[in-house]
Design a protein around this ligand. Structure first.
Ligand SMILES: [Zn+2]
Length: 408
């Protein structure tokens, strides 16, 4: 059975019919619709003879045994956000199905080939993303917090998972699944505008951004807006405003994809007749290079000290969350680049702003690479999410080439 990329597009439409409505995809993990999608996937793969296994974290594995136990793993997630798009996660899975069909048809491969449908990538019901992949990667360390999570209706996470045969206390046993993994491949829609701006269908992903998130609190003195001369003010908002502009320059000078965002500023007392006494500013900084990420943060801190002195106010930094950059495997990046050139003529290297299951697998030490296919208008997590059908077909071909090169 040669590769039939058109079948992938047809099956994605079939899945959309089965599990979506007029508002978009409704395959939220740990719901009946998600279960319908998983059973549909099982039927799709039945004729390949791939063995199915659901692991302790609810991940759904399909295995075509090879001459060697070492495994090449292709991954995706069939779950969606509520009112989600038809491609996020599902494209990866269905392209993987097509590649598995082609490989199974050709007889026993030299290495084992596995497709994994990760459980709850989106975290839409309980607010915890990358559930299944973090369990398999062994990086899930928030069991106590997970036990306390509830959905909107007050259902506790462990109770919801039990309905689908998953015992939270045993979820980390899924670690065994990656023991023989020699490589991990993931295709995904870009969910951003870069490839469309470059007019390219496909790109190879170098890794996922490291992130630094801080709350910056500026403290000045509340004073009457009418009676306080301009040179007598200690205006907390002045510091936040200067920093909001300065981080754009810092990002520009650092370059190589650096992004910095001042996402919010809350002022107190927050009335029109008073100088601002405190301004709480939220800052998000991202870079693929760990040293440059550190530099983004250090420069912003130094600038903030300068602005505080200029305005005679105080500034305090508090880290909210951070994650280191995760770099993908150089050999696999090379294979992926070749595969894209073969099917599309031109390739492009880009980082990923969002985190993906691939980041968890890479953190576990498995050589990993991702490829992105262009997203129209950069939209995702909405029913407006879309990609041209000819680009979807190229993506299936590129994943297949990448799998062939990796299997060797
Ligand atoms: Zn996704």
């Amino acid at each position: 059975m040669p590769l039939e990329p058109k079948r992938t597009v047809a099956e994605l439409k079939e899945l959309r019919e089965l599990t979506g409505d007029e508002n978009g995809a409704q395959r939220v993990a740990w719901t009946d619709t998600w279960q319908i999608a998983r059973e549909w996937l099982r039927r799709k793969l039945a004729e390949t003879g791939a063995e199915e296994e659901i692991d302790e974290a609810g991940n759904q594995w399909f295995t075509v045994r090879g001459a060697s136990e070492r495994a090449v793993v292709i991954g995706g997630h069939i779950d969606s956000v509520p009112n989600g798009g038809w491609l996020d996660g599902a494209l990866n899975v269905m392209a993987g199905v097509e590649v598995l069909r082609r490989i199974a048809e050709e007889g026993t491969p030299p290495v084992t080939v596995r497709l994994v449908n990760w459980a709850d990538e989106e975290g839409a019901r309980f607010g915890r993303s990358l559930f299944g992949s973090s369990a398999a990667a062994g990086s899930m360390r928030d069991q106590d917090e997970l036990r306390r999570l509830q959905d909107r209706d007050g259902v506790a996470l462990p109770d919801a998972l039990r309905e689908y045969g998953v015992d939270l206390d045993r979820a980390l046993d899924a670690r065994g699944q990656l023991e023989n993994a020699a490589a991990y491949l993931e295709l995904h829609i870009e969910q951003g505008p870069v490839l469309e701006l470059l007019d390219l269908p496909l790109g190879v992903v170098l890794g996922t951004f490291g992130v630094e998130r801080h709350r910056v609190t500026w403290t000045g003195q509340a004073a009457h807006a009418g009676s306080t001369p301009m040179d007598q003010r200690r205006d907390a908002l002045a510091g936040a405003a200067k920093l909001a502009l300065e981080i754009r320059e810092i990002a520009k000078q650092t370059g190589d994809g650096a992004v910095c965002t001042s996402g919010d500023v809350v002022c107190h007392p927050g009335i029109v007749t008073s100088v601002v006494e405190t301004a709480e500013q939220l800052l998000d900084q991202r870079h693929l290079d760990a040293a440059k990420l550190t530099s983004l943060l250090e420069q912003a801190k130094e600038s903030s000290m300068r602005f505080a002195a200029e305005e005679r106010i105080e500034v305090k930094w508090e880290r909210l969350w951070s994650i280191e950059p995760i770099l993908f495997d150089e050999t696999l990046i090379g294979f992926c680049d070749e595969a894209i050139r073969e099917v599309a003529g031109t390739s492009h290297e880009l980082p990923s702003g969002p985190l993906h299951d691939a980041a968890e697998v890479a953190r576990a030490g498995v050589p990993t690479v991702m490829l992105f296919v262009q997203s129209l208008r950069g939209l995702s997590h909405t029913k407006l999410e879309d990609t041209r059908e000819e680009h979807l077909e190229l993506a299936v071909q590129a994943l297949d080439r990448l799998a062939s090169k990796t299997i060797g």
